[in-house]
Design a protein around this ligand. Sequence first.
Ligand SMILES: Nc1nc2c(c(=O)[nH]1)N[C@H]1C(S)=C(S)[C@@H](COP(=O)(O)O)O[C@H]1N2
Ligand SMILES: [Mo]
Length: 247
Amino acid sequence: MKKNNLLNRRNAIITGVSALGSLLLNGCSESSPPTYGNILRMGDMLTYNAHRTLLPGQSLVKEYAHRDISSFPATGTTNPGDSSRSGFSEDYERFHRKAFADWSLKVEGSVKRPGSYSMTHLQRFPLRKQITRHTCEEGWTAIAEWTGLPLRVLLQDAGILPTARFVNFIAYDGYIDSIDLLDSFHPQTILAYGMNGRNLPVQHGAPLRLRVETQIGYKSMKYLQKIVVTDEFMDNGDYGWAWYTGI
Ligand SMILES: Nc1nc2c(c(=O)[nH]1)N[C@H]1C(S)=C(S)[C@@H](COP(=O)(O)O)O[C@H]1N2
Ligand SMILES: [Mo]
């Protein structure tokens, strides 16, 4: 490693530590994951601690060029409107039949203005496009371009309360998960309605999915139904996987 790189790296770490310091002062970050203490979830501690100590909270993951876009498998639930498969939702089937025209995203919990956002409303916010690599815990990766609004923008529009600490996501197929505020306010954490320049396809989470680029693939929830902001951590078990899986 060249001396310059070393110095840059050292500076990045110093900046990171001081950024973390100011976040701690603001009560915005913690050095232990909320699953700390649960013997079965000890793995969270390793990645969470390392990330939160060494990386500036808002450091960006790598973004790619259009020529890097790859084929993209669909995994887990690929259509909650299919009654012959697990994760079936009658509501989803109804929205799907009308091309999601009357679908809306509910936002509840520790926000000043709980309510629903239609797709037209969501698409009026400033958008972000990013070409990123998705890493699935099954061992494959794929690159796509995502279009959506930063989660931060939605949380600020709903008026996130100062007591809030976690953002929970509920999907039509019954998937429930959460991320902390540092990841929620990360510039690349977006609510995506577009993939590779088209509307998000059903197998990839239509009409709206989460992209948490700082963590492994299963945190990027598809088929979003509702967002609930909470002051306390709710442990949904993550289907036996780690709650925090920083990459
Ligand atoms: N609602 C929901 N979200 C989900 C899943 C799922 O089954 N249901 N699978 C997760 C996993 S394990 C991965 S790797 C990605 C897969 O996204 P893709 O189908 O677009 O490749 O979505 C994640 N989000
Ligand atoms: Mo995955």
